[in-house]
Write a protein that binds this ligand. Structure first.
Ligand code: NAD
Length: 331
């Protein structure tokens, strides 16, 4: 199988290169992201392999179909960046439904601990021998109420971590799971009662802008918000307005509405034209990271393994256990 591997970073090759050789795949690593301008590079390949900030819309599906590309191999669980309906009966879409839920949950906790205890600021201060504690006061997590929205694989891992901190965990999910050490409540109740809210639901038509001026109004003053799921869960301008009013104790964002083309790139020498992103960066109690919750050795290895197993199954007519079908699309 010939695979056009879009959006290649050096760390992608660590596992994909040797494992791809073992399978006998011909993987062509392309640095460019997959988009309307670069889709033509897939000509002559059997499959394309893409990540979260690549996209494939209906027009590109038709182009790929004409080029006889048979599959889109997603190196991610989420598939909101592919027009799955347009691909029906034309191109097979395969994903990695789970690689390391713990990696993302642990990162969500790291964001919370950092933005609460301000260790990122303390690190910079002590490097300059500024040992003052002014402005570095945090809050205990012990016995605080934490709302987890979405109790799938990552939400459940987060609940386990939060229980280790002896917090009281509330959760919301339209499909509750039995046996969790957490109390299911309505979304309204969760917004009203939580000292900390962590988002772990997928991006769907129901969850887009779940955090907006109306839901923010229901939250406690001083609430902490962590988003490691998808940027579009938050209405960024409403978040900024609330930040200006002093509503939030702290906000940790690993994802952002307009992250495509910015996250995963070195933009340190560029003029930032996204005013919302620039504004968010100015708040001392907002911490932004570049969609890296998944980024552990274990997760990267698992992503390569499952992506290539998907390709192998397709090539050999085996059951496609990780196929994304139009019936799974909610956006
Ligand atoms: P999952 O499918 O196991 O769980 C998602 C849960 O959300 C399910 O239980 C589902 O019922 C629930 N849900 C659906 N609609 C909901 C709604 N309207 N309100 C509340 N809950 C709802 O997925 P997962 O593996 O736990 O991943 C969760 C999300 O994390 C993914 O969709 C992805 O966006 C994000 N993610 C981020 C990173 C990262 O690096 N930051 C990595 C992997 C996944």
């Amino acid at each position: 199988m010939k695979i056009a591997f879009y959006g290649t970073k050096s760390y992608d090759k660590i596992w994909f290169e040797p494992m791809g050789k073992e399978y006998g795949f011909d993987i062509h690593f392309i640095e460019a992201a997959c988009n309307r301008e670069t889709v033509f590079m897939a000509k002559g390949y059997d499959a394309i392999c893409i990540f979260v900030n690549d996209y494939v819309d209906a027009e590109m599906i038709d182009a790929l179909y004409e080029m006889k590309v048979k599959a889109i191999l997603l190196r991610s669980a989420g598939f909101n960046n592919v027009d799955v309906k347009a691909a029906e009966d034309k191109i097979v879409i395969l994903r990695v439904p789970s690689y390391s839920p713990e990696a993302v949950a642990e990162f969500a906790m790291a964001l919370l601990l950092t933005v609460n205890r301000l260790t990122h600021k303390a690190y910079n201060r002590t490097r300059e021998f500024n040992m003052s504690l002014n402005g570095l006061m945090g809050t205990d997590l012990y016995e605080k109420t934490v709302g987890v929205i979405g109790t799938g694989k990552i939400g459940q891992a987060m609940i386990r971590i939060l229980n280790g901190f002896q917090t009281h965990v509330l959760c919301y999910d339209p499909y509750p799971v039995e046996g969790l050490e957490a109390e299911y409540v309505s979304l309204d109740e969760l917004f009203k009662s939580s000292d900390i809210i962590s988002l772990h639901c997928p991006l769907t038509k129901d969850t887009r802008h779940l955090i907006n001026k109306d839901t923010i109004a229901k939250m406690k003053k001083g609430v902490y918000l962590v988003n490691t799921s998808r940027g579009d869960l938050i209405h960024t301008e409403d978040l900024i307005d609330a930040m200006l009013e002093g509503k939030f104790g702290g906000v940790g964002l690993d994802v952002y509405e307009e992250e495509e083309g910015v996250f995963y790139e070195d933009k340190s020498g560029d003029i930032i034209t996204d005013d919302n992103l620039a504004r968010l960066m100015t708040f001392p109690n907002v911490l932004i990271t570049s969609h890296m919750g998944f980024f552990t050795k274990e997760a990267m290895q698992a992503i390569a393994k499952v992506t290539l197993e998907n390709a192998y199954a397709l090539e050999n007519g085996l059951p496609l256990v990780n196929q994304v079908g139009a019936e799974m699309v909610q956006v």
